[in-house]
Each structure stands twice: as C-alpha cells, then as structure tokens.
Design a binder for this molecule. Structure first.
Ligand code: NAD
Length: 357
C-alpha cells in the first residue's frame, strides 16, 4: 500500500519576466525597456563586454554607459556607479555581462530602487536572484532585497558563444553548485528541488557539448537554460554550506567566484552526501550515475574542471583562518554536523586538489 506522507512547505515564487530567444537580445531588451517606460537608461557592462553592450542596447534611450565593473563589487565601485546614476538622472538599468555586471546593477538598485533589465552572458545566475553582494575591506556582505531582483531577464545564447571554454566550464559548474546546494539549503522545498534536479540534468548534458563545440548554439542554449533553473532553485532555497564556504573564500581572499565554486563543490558533496540520502539519490539520477559524487566527478573530468584552490590564490596558511570564518555561518539546515576540524580537512583537500571524501 502506498504510504501517504504529509507535505508541508512555504515556497515563494519571484516575480520576473524571462525572455529566452537566441539572436533576439536587442529586440527583447527594447521591449522590456519600453514596458518600463524608461527614457534615460544606464547601461552597465564590463570593459571587455562594452562593444557587445552597445550592440544589444543600440535601440535604447541610453543616457550613460558605465563600464567600471569589478568582481565582488567593492564598495567604492558601487558608490561611483550610484553617483553616476543619480547625476545622469537615469530611470532604468540594463546590465550586459556576467555576475559582476549584474552585481553592480544590483548595488545601484539597492539604494536607488531603479528597475533592472539583465542580459546575462555567463552561467552565474545572479539575474534570477534577489541576492546582492558588496565587498568592503576584505569582507563580502550579502543580503536579500526584492528591489535588486531584475524586473526582467533577456537570455540570448548567441551572447555566450564568445565565453572562453575554461570560463564556461567554471561558470557552468557554479550553476551546478546552485542546484546541489539548494537540496540542503535553509529553504529547500519540493519546488526548488524539482528545479535543481532538472538543472543538473540539463547542465550535465549540455556543458560537455559546450566544451566540444563552444560555438554551437544547441549546447549553449541548454547550458543557459540549465543555469536559469539552477538560479531559480538557489534563489528560493538560499545559501547552503557550499555557498557559505565560497562566500568566505571570495570575500576574504579575493578568490575568483566561479572557479572557487567549481573546485569546492565535490568536497561539499562528499561531506554532505552521506547525511542527505534523498538528495544523493536525486542527484545520482540527474547525473545518470551510480552515485551523485561519481556523476559530478565524471562530468568534471569530461570538462577538464578546475581542481585545486592553490591554483587560484588560496595558500595553505589560509585553511585555519577560513575554517574559523566559515563555522559561524554554517546553516542549521545542514544535513551533517560541521566542526572546525571538518572544515579544515575539507579546505585542505580543496587546496591541494585531493580526491574528495
Ligand atoms: P564575471 O561576471 O566576473 O565574468 C567573468 C569574466 O568573463 C569577465 O572578465 C567578463 O567580462 C567575461 N565575460 C562575461 N561574459 C562573457 C562572454 N560572453 N564572452 C567573453 N567574456 C565574457 O563572472 P561571473 O562568474 O559571471 O560572476 C561572478 C560574480 O557574480 C561574483 O561577484 C559573484 O558573487 C556574483 N554572483 C552573484 C549571484 C547572486 O545571486 N547574487 C549569483 C552568482 C554569482
């Protein structure tokens, strides 16, 4: 007889329009800006994405194009962007680029309330979350505020073909990390679990296609779609152990965001997996592998994924310091109890690129 379990959860669905159409970014952005009734747009793009941003926003009433975009959004950078928005009297923000460009637009929206239209060009997924982050004197502060959730997102896989393979791999594994971590994050629920499982399935199938044929659109489209699913799952579930670890590593030692996620994920999965059998089974199914960890490691091997934190500026002396900073942030929802010794072991393994477990 089927045992009926009581299902109880609180799930918040975020209000945002998503346009997904390859080759249609300029048209999609124009429609979204028109829908906002905006007359003076501030375009935010990294210096190396400016030419692309000009193409995508050619039809818009652009008041200013701001290209001072720096990873992890240092406070002075955020303040200069806010000053520019105020001085130019802008009424909407259009970000074109990866998580860093989206992150700067969010920092401006946080204090001005300006609406954002996001045009993502990596798999970071920040465009689908209400999470902002600003770094001040080596400490990254994050928060959740619905003013920073982009009103709309315009996805065009054609904009991602130029993303170098190594950056695509790290960014794609950042998206996989959103899925995995959302299975045991504080607000994990059946809805974001379903999105996360489908996200893993899609990314597992598409990222190898991106590596094999970086310019082919089918792999790029599926990877972008998987990245969106992963971000929606993460936005709803919140930060689990994996994100808490990477957050400290990024803010405290200025480690690059996506490669840090790519390296740390298998160690968190090896640590948490035994305490989360349901998540482990779902992930194994999504990876189409005997176990979740085997699935992730097979994917990482196919992608030539980043292996050790020491390749990205993390020194051995930081292990102890980082573990102490991470411990107070470990969510109560974590399926396994976490001690400083556990964190030190995990970080040391990630530092040297040892086999997880
Ligand atoms: P990024 O935005 O810094 O981009 C990495 C590099 O790739 C940059 O040099 C960028 O100019 C370049 N690039 C981007 N798109 C390109 C393209 N299509 N072709 C060629 N080059 C391209 O890195 P990221 O990993 O996308 O974002 C990282 C940042 O996003 C971090 O600050 C992180 O904290 C934040 N983030 C926030 C959230 C959130 O929910 N708030 C989620 C994920 C990431």
């Amino acid at each position: 007889m089927l045992a009926l379990m009581t299902m109880r959860f609180v799930h918040e669905t975020l209000g945002q329009r998503v346009r997904f159409a390859t080759g249609q970014a300029a048209d999609g952005v124009a429609r979204e800006v028109e829908a906002l009734g905006a007359k003076r747009v501030m375009v935010i793009a990294s210096p190396n994405r400016v030419a692309l941003a000009r193409q995508v926003t050619a039809e818009l009433p652009v008041a200013v194009l701001h290209d001072e975009v720096v990873g992890h959004v240092p406070l002075p950078v955020a303040e200069r962007a806010r000053d520019t928005a105020t001085a130019q009297g802008v009424d909407a923000l259009v970000s074109v680029g990866g998580g860093s460009a989206t992150g700067l637009a969010k920092a401006v929206a946080l204090t001005t309330g300006l609406p954002i239209v996001a045009v993502p060009t990596t798999y970071a997924g920040s465009e689908a979350t209400p999470v902002w982050g600003i770094t001040e004197e080596g400490r990254k502060t994050t928060g959740v505020d619905h003013r920073v959730l982009p009103r709309s997102v315009v996805y065009d896989a054609g904009l991602t073909v130029s993303l170098p393979v190594d950056v695509s791999v790290a960014s794609g594994l950042n998206a996989v990390a959103h899925c995995v971590d959302s299975l045991w994050a504080p607000h994990a629920d059946p809805i974001n679990t379903a999105l996360a499982a489908e996200g893993v399935r899609t990314l597992n199938a598409s990222l190898p296609m991106v590596v094999e044929s970086p310019e082919a659109l089918p792999g790029r489209e599926q990877a972008l779609y998987g990245a969106y699913l992963s971000a929606v799952a993460f936005a709803s579930a919140g930060s689990g152990l994996h994100h808490k670890i990477c957050h400290v590593l990024g803010g405290r030692y200025d480690l690059p965001h996506a490669p840090t996620h790519a390296v740390v994920l298998p160690y968190v999965l090896a640590f948490n997996g035994p305490g989360a059998p349901d998540a482990e089974r779902r992930l194994a199914r999504a990876f189409d592998a005997p176990t979740a960890l085997e699935g992730l490691q097979t994917l990482r091997l196919r992608l030539g994924a980043p292996r050790s934190l020491r390749d990205y500026g993390f020194d051995e002396w930081m292990v102890h310091d980082a573990a102490a900073a991470i411990l107070p942030a470990v969510p109560d929802s974590n399926p396994v109890d976490v001690t400083t010794t556990d964190l030190e072991r995990l970080l040391r393994q990630a530092w040297e690129g040892a086999d997880p477990g």
